[in-house]
Design a binder for this molecule. Structure first.
Ligand SMILES: C[S@@+](CC[C@H](N)C(=O)[O-])C[C@H]1O[C@@H](n2cnc3c(N)ncnc32)[C@H](O)[C@@H]1O
Length: 250
């Protein structure tokens, strides 16, 4: 199968349903933020599929280790009927101007090790915290819900913006934070694994894996998103927070 190589990764341009079954191997750990089927406007994907068609996107991931990010209702309606009850569910909470303020991360066929990620101290200049940091502590314990990572908003440094008809607009409607994927890589994978995102978008998983020195694969329908991911992976240092990375064991 044709792919382009960048850093420690490979990018496949095309449909996951065709590509994933042909390249799948036991070393794969799927870490993905799939389309949510809620009518979001992507470059060349219709995010409004009939339920059965949407559900079938996930059937190819059966028996693979996977961490799948979704809203709670959609997790229950589409992911669980297709892949069964997850081994573990993590909850990612964030501030937003809509009523939905959390997503579930359904973990399949593996047990995450939460000890591999710490929640960064909120007040690192506090005297007592300074002492803890000096003694080697990078943060507090990570529980199975966390709220220290915010959404990528249009004003976020991480968001890719372009000028279109004299307006500054986002290139991709729903980038996921790189830190979230870095945390999932730290708690769900080992150095021997290959991290695969079958719905790569503009490459949060690719950048997270590259920054952590891991082998990775991305699959994406849009040539434009593939091109942007390639450029971003080459410059991954500008997109990651090295201080946050100190809180991870990987
Ligand atoms: C929610 S976005 C992923 C965003 C990504 N996490 C990021 O931060 O950039 C889902 C992506 O899946 C892609 N996609 C949808 N169906 C696909 C398919 N069948 N095969 C490959 N890519 C697909 C869409 O084009 C979209 O970019």
């Amino acid at each position: 199968m044709k792919y382009s190589k960048v850093g420690k990764g490979k990018i496949y341009l095309g449909d996951t349903k065709d590509i994933f079954p042909k390249i799948a191997e036991d070393r794969f750990v799927i870490i993905t933020d799939p389309p949510y089927n809620i009518g979001i406007k992507y470059d060349n994907y219709n995010d409004n599929l009939p339920s059965d068609k949407y559900k079938s996107l996930f059937s190819i991931f059966h028996n693979y280790r996977a961490a799948i990010i979704q809203y709670p209702e959609e997790t229950m309606e589409f992911i669980v009927p297709e892949l069964g009850i997850p081994n573990k569910v993590l909850t990612w909470c964030y501030n937003s101007n809509i009523s939905r303020q959390f997503r579930l991360i359904s973990i399949y066929n593996m047990i995450p090790n939460l000890n591999n990620s710490k929640i960064p101290y909120k007040n690192p200049t506090d005297k007592r915290i300074k002492k803890l940091i000096a003694s080697g502590s990078q943060g507090t314990r990570c529980y199975d819900w966390f709220s220290d990572i915010q959404l990528v908003k249009n004003v976020s440094k991480e968001k890719i913006m372009v000028e279109k008809n004299s307006k500054i607009v986002p290139v991709h409607p729903c980038q996921i934070p790189i830190k979230l994927i870095q945390r999932l890589i730290a708690i769900c994978t080992t150095k021997e694994d290959i991290i695969i995102d079958p719905f790569m978008g503009v490459g949060a998983t690719a950048i997270a894996a590259e920054s952590m020195g891991r082998e990775w694969i991305g699959i994406e329908l849009s040539p434009m998103y593939c091109k942007l991911t390639t450029e971003r992976v080459k410059e991954w240092r500008t997109y990651v927070d090295l201080k946050f990375m100190d809180t991870l064991v990987f």
